[in-house]
Ligand binder design. Sequence first.
Ligand SMILES: Cc1cc2nc3c(=O)[nH]c(=O)nc-3n(C[C@H](O)[C@H](O)[C@H](O)COP(=O)(O)OP(=O)(O)OC[C@H]3O[C@@H](n4cnc5c(N)ncnc54)[C@H](O)[C@@H]3O)c2cc1C
Length: 338
Amino acid sequence: MSIGSTTGIDILGMTADVLVELQNNLGKSLKVNEPLSRHTNFKIGGPAKYFFTAKTTEELVHAIQVADELKLPLLILGGGSNVLVSDNGFAGLAVMVKNGKYSIKGQVVTAEAGVSLGFLVQKVAAAGLTGFEPLVAVPGTVGGAIFGNAGIPQVAKGFIGDWVKEVVVCRGDTIVHVPGEQCGFGYRTSIFKQSGNDIILSAVFALEPGDKVKSQELIKKYIAVRKTQPYHLPSSGCIFTNLPVTDPSELRQKFPGQPRLEEFLKRGQLPSSWLIDQAGLKGKTMGQIQVSEQHANYLVNLGSGRAEEVIMLISYIKQQVRDKFGIQLQEEVRYIGF
Ligand SMILES: Cc1cc2nc3c(=O)[nH]c(=O)nc-3n(C[C@H](O)[C@H](O)[C@H](O)COP(=O)(O)OP(=O)(O)OC[C@H]3O[C@@H](n4cnc5c(N)ncnc54)[C@H](O)[C@@H]3O)c2cc1C
């Protein structure tokens, strides 16, 4: 790959030489000033200065190298289901990961980062393997799921990281195979999220032999649970992480007579949705963004919502929960372009 000078004439915020180099390297499908609202589940986000869809692993690695050589800020997007993109957009190269190959051999499943997670769950179950069913309704890609160790905390081995044998990443100009036990998976976290240095290219999983009929029953169950969540409206899923229980007696004092508290203490996690509900914030609206009436940890876009309104509502919720209960909420959603 040969990349030339990065200086040039600035036309409408674009440096002509950079654009030419990007087009030469990434081809005609490179888009300029592409609205990211088209690529996020929230339907929010200003334009990416440059936007490229990587349909193969080779294209993905090449795009990473090009951004590096042109010293362009790089944004990796999977399904865009856990991000809040600024109304001003992203001043660099946004790469949407769409490499989509997968294979199932015995109990070993290999999937590229751009494979849709829900699709993979169905294929794995149809192959007679079990373990992935709790992930069926998690939107987005395999790469995005590994980045944040997606899953549900209510069931044993309910996170994607519980099934990972190996993750293949692009780290600088090297391809690295990271064994599962070195991925640092925890609740909504991984070394990939912590370091921010790795682009996930693919992953290998070890599932368990199962029963196709039982897997389909489980899948139906996990999809049915989601009927209580606002899947019909644009959102980025849960805005805040659940909180670890550190002092049960303090919580019993703060929330006397609350019927569900003991269940949460047993689970070791206090759901943020419950706290936001306790603070009386269900239905609270700022502009076109609303705390969902169905599930208080979802902020939903009622139509033409803006990132600015999401930020104001997040800040209001955090302040209310802090003032009422002395508890600090932490965002799960990833901020981009702020
Ligand atoms: C309706 C709804 C329900 C949800 N339910 C759940 C749930 O039950 N459990 C749960 O855990 N989450 C849930 N989420 C959140 C979200 O679906 C997950 O976090 C999902 O795994 C994000 O994947 P994605 O591909 O959309 O990532 P994106 O939103 O595109 O990206 C998220 C982050 O990952 C990074 N990233 C993405 N791909 C890569 C890659 N290949 N290499 C390096 N970094 C990468 C991005 O840069 C970004 O920082 C829900 C979201 C919605 C909208």
